[in-house]
Design a protein around this ligand. Structure first.
Ligand code: TYD
Length: 149
């Protein structure tokens, strides 16, 4: 497992963005709709979701070269570690109408899933293993390379 253990990078001003989605509620309950390119900064090409995640499980441990994603915890709660190579931040997700944007080249790990957690992910592209950076040292080298360009 490629764990990222450097805790020296702490957030001062967060570079990580939220997307607020509508909450159309009435006496029957709530409804949130997310429309591709209207409510998202990219066309949604793929939707997947994590659920039934066991306690103590930490997953993710990668960054993407080109993929953008928005994470929405539609039921329950979980935490996400985001690390862009400069700023590292642990973020709680628990609101079904709030999406956390995960840009390209952001290392992410998901953890502390409640038993009922359903983590919905909106993605800008189809699944491509070649888009993954799954080693933290490789990720940091790529970030440093980008800075020197
Ligand atoms: P994995 O990358 O291990 O998930 P996580 O990053 O959350 O730990 O994905 C688990 C498996 O599912 C792996 O075999 C790849 C596959 N997969 C798809 O086929 N399509 C997808 O959209 C995703 C996200 C994963």
């Amino acid at each position: 497992m490629n764990s990222s253990s450097d805790s020296s990078k702490q957030c001062v001003a967060s570079p990580f963005r939220w997307y607020g989605f509508n909450k159309l509620g009435d006496f029957r309950g709530a409804l949130t709709s997310i429309e591709s390119e209207i409510d998202t900064p990219f066309p949604i090409k793929r939707v997947y979701y994590l659920y039934y995640t066991l306690p103590q499980i930490r997953r993710g441990f990668h960054a993407h070269k080109t993929l953008q994603q928005i994470l929405v915890c539609i039921t329950g709660q979980c935490k996400v570690l985001l690390d862009d190579g400069n700023v590292r931040e642990d973020i709680q997700l628990s609101e079904p109408n709030l999406g956390l944007y995960v840009d390209t080249m952001v290392w992410h790990e998901m953890y502390d899933f409640s038993p009922d957690c359903v983590l919905l992910v909106l993605a800008s592209d189809h699944y491509q293993e070649s888009d993954y950076i799954r080693n933290y040292a490789d990720f940091m080298s790529a970030v440093k390379g980008m800075k020197q360009e």
